[in-house]
Design a protein around this ligand. Structure first.
Ligand code: ZN
Length: 284
């Protein structure tokens, strides 16, 4: 599943490819991708004549900003955008096509069919699903150590599922949570209320630096991730712990372990990330 760096890469690529293009018409061949409005005909009719002004991002969602509308798009597992000439053959699993009046097309392809599109009046998108409950943007100035601790500290939930929960901090998925926790030296099964002040500081820095490095590298390509221009991401070689089961830890040399935390495959170094101690009977 694309995480913040991959979506950011798609965003940056899409701006170059489609900003300034005017939509002539829209074809929807898999209605369930379009969640709002529910009728694909209404979706297509609203978009006809609109020009794409810019492409922004909120968490793992793209916000395609048009003249009078905002299209909120989530790629979920396998969603891809690509720009093609209108004469190029349409690939299998292409579900939505935005036909531009310059003869090119923005095509949305999604083998797994889990992606979603919601259309809103500008500003309205932040007050409704799916964007309304999203937490802090980790690459934004608002992601201060104070705001991070305020969102998570004191909770008795394990830190990994907390970081995955988009209502607190957005953009992190399974890969970058494992990377950030390893970088900070924190075991994913520690509960948030057991983290020391110095650990919050390390984790805050690790979340930001992990995502920044990944964005700079153009998003990772763990499976078959391709950005809007068909370029593969280059970050996979730089992952420190994710997908490296049994390989030596880059810091201490011990074999990296894989376990399941909160239902998700999780990579840890047994010596760099100390597992939680059993809880004392009463709090001090
Ligand atoms: Zn280690």
């Amino acid at each position: 599943m694309p995480e913040l760096p991959e979506v950011e890469t798609v965003r940056r690529t899409l701006i170059q490819l489609v900003a300034g293009k005017r939509i002539d018409r829209v074809t929807v061949s898999l209605p369930r991708i379009v969640q709002r409005p529910q009728e694909p005909e209404a979706f297509a009719a609203a978009l006809a004549g609109q020009t794409i002004r810019t492409v922004e991002r909120r968490g793992k969602f793209l916000r395609i900003v048009l003249d009078d509308l905002v299209l909120v798009s989530h790629l979920r597992m396998e969603g891809r955008y690509g720009v093609y000439g209108q004469d190029e053959p349409v690939e299998l699993h292409t579900h939505v096509i935005f036909h531009f009046d310059d003869g090119t097309e923005l095509r949305y392809k999604d083998v797994r069919q889990f992606g979603t599109m919601h259309l809103f009046a500008p500003g309205e998108e932040f007050e409704q699903k799916p964007l309304m409950k999203l937490g802090i943007e980790p690459l934004d100035e608002s992601f201060t150590l104070g705001a991070f601790k305020q969102a998570l500290a004191g909770r008795t939930t394990k830190i990994k599922p907390l970081l995955l929960n988009q209502e607190y901090v957005v953009g992190l998925g399974n890969i970058y949570v494992d990377e950030a926790l390893f970088t900070a030296g924190i075991h994913p099964e520690r509960t948030a209320d057991t983290l020391k002040s110095s650990e919050w500081q390390k984790l805050h820095e690790a979340v930001r630096s992990t995502l920044e490095r990944a964005v700079d590298a153009g998003g990772s390509s763990i499976k078959s991730y391709v950005n809007g221009q068909g370029e593969m991401g280059m970050f996979q070689h730089q992952l420190l712990i994710y997908g490296r089961k049994n390989e030596p830890c880059s810091r201490c040399g011990r074999a990296i372990e894989k376990s399941v935390v909160g239902g998700r495959g999780t990579h840890t170094c047994p010596s760099c990330q100390k597992p939680p101690r059993p809880k004392p009977a009463a709090r001090e």
